[in-house]
Design a protein around this ligand. Structure first.
Ligand SMILES: NC(=O)C1=CN([C@@H]2O[C@H](COP(=O)(O)OP(=O)(O)OC[C@H]3O[C@@H](n4cnc5c(N)ncnc54)[C@H](O)[C@@H]3O)[C@@H](O)[C@H]2O)C=CC1
Ligand SMILES: C[C@]12CCC(=O)C=C1CC[C@@H]1[C@@H]2[C@@H](O)C[C@@]2(C)[C@H]1CC[C@]2(O)C(=O)C=O
Length: 249
């Protein structure tokens, strides 16, 4: 299952899994069903399915997992890509940071990610263990903002820092169940989030990345997720995927 799987990094991950011979449940907001339909046409309904799902809802996430069970698909990897970004300072000329905006970002990015992790873990715990005693892997998406939070990113950086912080305790909690937990902290990737910016700004952002000297390709994120899924020793850690970029203040 890939949440936020209809767009950007999630879409590239779902495509990577489908191309590698896997089956993917794309769980995304109902408004993204058109994008998911494109993927179903590309890979076939036997490889890709769509579940309308808000990651903050217990009912929706349980529904997506139940749809997998009903299709006789086991869940071996749960990849959380669903997320939102906002920009606001702690204090600006407009006044203090809007508290509702802060809560919304935490709700979608942090609580949504944990909601998916806990429910996916319950489903994975019923899998038969492999030769390593493992039953599945939970992969979360943070951001380099978790470590290098910029001016105006207090809500976003907090939400992503919590995802990084939950990685080790989830891995420890789920070790007896044979379930791993990993987090990827991407740098700057050319997804709809950045495609909205003028080309000149995109180019400038890409030019700041040491090596390779360009924005990340979402396929490179999908490739790392594929490696995490297949490498049984990766557990309890956050991997930066950023071409050695460190965000300035
Ligand atoms: N693009 C970038 O440079 C970076 C992105 N990220 C993170 O990667 C993740 C994916 O980002 P992109 O692919 O760039 O963005 P995107 O906007 O292309 O995709 C995000 C997807 O999440 C879905 N989504 C949003 N709220 C949801 C909810 N409540 N329930 C279910 N689905 C929901 C959206 O419908 C969308 O399909 C996000 O968590 C973002 O914070 C982190 C670092 C860098
Ligand atoms: C705020 C940034 C950078 C400056 C700019 O001209 C446009 C932006 C809008 C999208 C932001 C940019 C940067 O802060 C990095 C993030 C937050 C980007 C959206 C996702 C982002 O790439 C990230 O999470 C990086 O870790």
């Amino acid at each position: 299952m890939v949440t936020g799987g209809a767009s950007g990094l999630g879409r590239a991950t779902a495509a990577h899994i489908a191309r590698s011979g896997g089956r993917v449940m794309v769980a995304d907001l109902p408004g993204q069903s058109g994008l998911a339909d494109e993927m179903i046409s590309e890979f076939g309904a036997d490889k890709v399915k769509f579940a309308a799902c808000d990651v903050t809802s217990e009912e929706d996430v349980s529904g997506a997992l139940a749809a997998m069970k009903a299709a006789d698909w086991s869940i071996n990897a749960s990849v959380s890509c669903a997320g939102i970004a906002v920009a606001a300072k702690t204090l600006s000329k407009k006044g203090p940071h809007d508290l509702k905006m802060f809560s919304t970002v935490i709700k979608v990015n942090t609580i949504g990610t944990f909601n998916v992790a806990r429910l996916a873990a319950e489903a994975m715990a019923a899998n038969e263990a492999d030769a390593n005693g493992q039953r599945g892997v939970i992969i979360n998406t943070a951001s380099i903002a978790a470590m290098d939070g910029q001016i105006g990113q207090v809500a976003y950086a907090s939400s992503k820092g919590a995802i990084t912080a939950m990685t080790l305790p989830i891995a420890r909690d789920l070790a007896p169940n044979g379930i791993r937990c990993m987090t990827v902290a991407p740098g700057l990737f050319l997804t709809p989030l950045l495609e909205k910016l003028p080309e000149k700004v995109q180019h400038h952002l890409g030019s700041q990345i040491p090596c390779p000297n360009r924005l990340g390709d979402p396929a490179e994120f999908g490739q790392l997720v594929g490696s995490i899924i297949t490498n049984p020793m990766l557990n309890g850690e956050t991997i930066r995927l950023d071409g050695a970029y460190r965000m300035p203040p």
